[in-house]
Design a protein around this ligand. Sequence first.
Ligand code: FCB
Length: 432
Amino acid sequence: MTSVRFPRDFVWGAATSAFQVEGATKEDGRGVSVWDTFAATPGNVRDGDTGDPGADQYHRFEQDIELMRELGLESYRFSVAWPRVQPTGAGRPNLRGLDYYKRLVDGLVGAGIRPMVTLFHWDLPQALQDEGGWENRETAYRFAEYAEIMYDALHVRDWLTINEPKTVVDCGYRTGIHAPGVRDDDRALVACHHLLLAHGLASRVLHDRHPGRRIGPALNLHPTYPADDSPEAKEAARRQDARENRLYLEPVFNGTYPEEAMTRHDMIMDGDMEIISEKVDVLGVQYYTPLFIDAEQRRVVRHPVRVAGWLEDYPDGLHDVLLRVTRDHPGVPIVITENGLATDDAVSPDGGVHDEDRIDYLRGHIGAMHRAVKAGAKVEGYHVWSLLDNFEWAEGYSQRFGIVYVDYATQKRIPKDSALWYRDLIETGELR
Ligand code: FCB
């Protein structure tokens, strides 16, 4: 195998999100989020798991920064819990909540690790949900106010607005398997528009107040392929692509919706599309799985699936999706903000966690990314999902995505073999 080398300035990192790792859901004045409410309702989350204990990062962030330093990480992508900063989603900030993120950022910078901050990773303040949540246009304006508080409080260059608007739309509003648990295609489109409006408004605030910093969305892109050669399957894959990818890329980059995916328009006001297409300084791309679609518009699973049933191991998908973005929206700097795999991890008698499948997955995907870079994709950095095992939404603590194992009873951290492999990659820049 020819050696695969990354340039010295390529940035290697890991990602988490607030609700998944912080724990401490009732401390220091944090308000209730939609995920607290959703998880408290029996039947919504496997085994009745909740945001506590998470990985208790709220109390252990210093130790986690030390761990990141030992692994050689150069970037840490985390999210701010909006209800820690504004317990009801509006008004003056809760200083204790804000202080946590200041200390986290200071600690990272002190350790030579760049912070990359996501403003919204799904934990909407419940008080805003009670007023209609993302179906209420006002939520987008509240989000921009909250964003302004964060921009002014944290000396951070790189920001992400909304994490995976598609997952909120599809899982939160269409299938209802995520908070707020709505099952209504029509309402999902209203939420979709307001999420994108929030993205645009918050991006504008950053550009107005802090020139020189960068912001963009974190989009989970699913390359779609026809499952066979029939014209029907090709057409079905094209339709799926409109709903999976174009519904988010086109408004953000071009200021237009693909008509076939955005079938409702009454909530779109004059000027909205201009706001939504505010300049993207950096695009967060999250890739986990391809979608192979048959003539009946059904998904056909083609590649190995492990613990997470929705995730097919198909590295070429990352290559394809990066080149597609490069072709359709040239020039935008890309950062991989998530990519990773859940495996059945357990601590071995020798004390280690031997997650070979995860190493294979990462090796394949990082190699595919490298090929895309060679072919012209402007990828600056890569974040593995996730630094730590954590609360995997409706699957609770049953699915482990971390490169570091968390024993939830003791909160002990054990770097898995994948973490040690990643450390070597970072150190040498060479994929082995
Ligand atoms: C993504 C989410 C992230 C994590 C991974 C496995 O969709 O953004 O929080 O749950 O999937």
